[in-house]
Design a binder for this molecule. Structure first.
Ligand code: VAH
Length: 318
């Protein structure tokens, strides 16, 4: 059986849905500190605070869990507003999961890292797998430290923990919470509702991004790969596309001509400026066959079509 922490979150809810499709609902236990909405609610749920190690260990034992997808965390923008909780939740939560994996000899652990591990001194274009990791956010610091802990628990205790450095994720089934890339989801909601969109990043803020379908596929592919194919036990660079707010606004305007955007950069601009513009993910492609499917244009078309249906809006009427 599989346990997902942070199952109510943007990625957690989508991974829960996909893993239930693959393994069956009864095999995938969703958990979070708050009740999930959407598809993650359609199956077994446990209320778990990952900072409560005894409770987490009890849930793992009671359900006969063999794999944990540990997604509970504070994202970049939120962690900058509460640095103690950001560090505590992201770090102690991961250590609780790694220790339970070791103590109960779990089969596999998934843990998400992020392009937030890179700082201003890493190459901006095609940022390589191995380069300086000097993040300027608490979230980034917790991801660099987390990667090192994952590698340590693998080499010292044989814990089979696997990880990818996600770019910004965009999907229609769930809303992001507290990230610096969240504008790239909100923009669609505003465009479909015919509302003016105020972007919290400037027009030229280029960032690595990925459609949720690609992100979920990559995660399943990594977790299903044979252990000896996995050479990197910190976390794999992962990329699909990169774009600026101006570029995604233009792509949306091809479908919704009246869409308008204005730019009001806030504290998240500083975070975005510290991150890469694009990522070199060749190790993931070479070692376990990663291959993104969604270009910017394909993502925009798929996102608008599915979000419009979900919001019960006829895009032609916007
Ligand atoms: C965030 N969506 O904005 C996350 C992600 C690369 C961005 O880590 O914090």
């Amino acid at each position: 059986k599989i346990l997902i922490t942070g199952a109510s979150g943007q990625l957690g809810s989508e991974l829960t849905a996909r893993l239930r499709q693959i393994h069956g609902k009864s095999k995938v236990i969703a958990s979070d500190i708050r009740k999930p909405g959407g598809e993650a609610a359609d199956g077994p749920f446990e209320s778990v605070d990952v900072l409560n190690k005894d409770r987490l260990a009890q849930v793992v034992e009671d359900h006969g869990i063999r794999q944990v997808y540990h997604l509970a965390a504070l994202l970049s923008a939120k962690a900058e507003q509460n640095i103690e909780l950001g560090w505590k939740l992201n770090m102690d939560g991961l250590l609780n999961v790694l220790n339970i994996a070791k103590e109960q000899s779990l089969d596999r652990i998934f843990w998400p890292s992020s392009i937030a591990v890179f700082g201003p001194d890493a190459p901006k274009e095609q940022t390589p797998q191995n380069t300086a990791l000097n993040p300027t956010t608490v979230y980034g610091i917790s991801k660099v430290a987390g990667e090192q802990w994952c590698s340590y628990y693998h080499q010292q205790f044989g814990v089979d923990v696997r990880s990818v450095r996600y770019p910004g994720l965009i999907g229609y089934k769930s809303l992001p919470g507290g990230g610096t890339t969240d504008y790239a989801v909100d923009i669609y909601h505003k465009a479909l509702k015919g509302e003016r969109f105020s972007c919290f990043l400037g027009p030229e803020s280029k960032l690595p991004m990925m459609y949720m379908e690609d992100a979920v596929n990559a995660t399943v592919q990594l977790m299903e790969a044979p252990g000896d194919a996995i050479d990197i036990r910190t976390s794999y660079n992962l990329a699909a596309t990169s774009f600026t707010p101006a570029e995604i606004a233009e792509a949306i305007k091809q479908h919704i001509p009246d869409f308008t955007i204005e730019y009001e950069p806030d504290y998240r601009q500083k975070i975005a400026n510290s991150w890469p513009d694009s990522i070199d993910d060749s190790p993931a492609r070479e070692q376990w066959g990663w291959e993104p499917q969604f270009t910017l244009e394909k993502m925009v078309a798929d996102m608008l079509e599915n979000l419009a249906a979900q919001l019960d809006i006829n895009p032609a009427s916007v």
